[in-house]
Design a protein around this ligand. Structure first.
Ligand SMILES: [Zn+2]
Length: 236
């Protein structure tokens, strides 16, 4: 089952109306959604369904379902939601906006630390990238200073789409070795921060990197022989 992914064209939509099209053990499927399912290192959204009666049903997580754009909204058992029911959707917006700021911050930081990215994760309170790099080349103060200088330029972000073939012809676009861009739909979504970064990404981003505000490097540590983990948080 495929769901219309409203966040893909407008990450700032925190509410929408939708219809239940599937009820499974793993979650509820809708015809459309503003809830981002866990993927690409970004955790899934939380929030509420609001039923016509006014009852609020907590959504505790969002996961990918079957099919290219399948989305499962995870609810507690026994909600009684049924196929065909109309619900209003409410994303936990402060949480999601923090995720968008931190996610976009990782794009900026990936241009300050020039090394292959081996992994990453974005949670509401902190985000990290793992690099294949020598520890001696990672200086927390420098990473923080240079990332914040780029953020301070206040550049608008852009979403662009290219075909699978165009991406194959430009392998240098893929920085993240562990997270290959999603394929199968014939086209790939890229995030462009003009003059700073261009890479495939299906996540949610802020419209202007100035919205991130200053970041702090929380931790740099060794995670295995080749992995160096740089963890950041929002300073404001
Ligand atoms: Zn991204």
């Amino acid at each position: 089952m495929s769901t219309e992914l409203l966040f893909r064209d407008d990450a700032y939509l925190s509410t929408a109306r939708a219809r239940v099209v599937g009820v499974h053990e793993g979650g509820v499927e809708l015809d459309r959604t503003v809830f981002y399912p866990q993927g690409g290192g970004q955790v899934g959204d939380t929030g509420f369904f609001v039923r016509p009666s006014g009852e609020r049903v907590p959504i505790v997580d969002t996961r990918k379902g079957e099919g290219v754009d399948g989305v499962l909204h995870v609810v507690q058992p026994g909600t009684g939601l049924a196929i065909g029911e109309e619900v209003a959707l409410e994303v936990d917006w402060p949480r999601r906006y923090a995720l968008m700021r931190l996610h976009t911050a990782l794009h900026v930081m990936s241009c300050v630390v020039v090394a292959p990215v081996t992994g990453g994760n974005i949670a509401p309170d902190k985000a990290r990238l793992d690099f294949d790099i020598d520890m001696s080349l990672l200086d927390a103060a420098r990473i923080e200073r240079e990332t914040n200088a780029l953020i301070g330029r206040g550049i608008a972000t852009e979403t662009v789409w290219i075909s699978d073939e165009e991406l194959d012809a430009r392998p240098e676009l893929v920085k993240t070795m562990s997270v290959q861009p999603p394929r199968g739909s014939g086209r790939v979504r890229l995030l462009r921060i003009p003059g700073i970064d261009l890479q495939p990404c299906g996540g949610t981003h802020v419209r202007n990197i100035g919205e991130i505000g200053p970041i702090r490097v929380l931790k740099i540590k060794s995670e295995g022989r080749r992995n160096r983990r740089v963890e950041i948080g929002l300073a404001g």
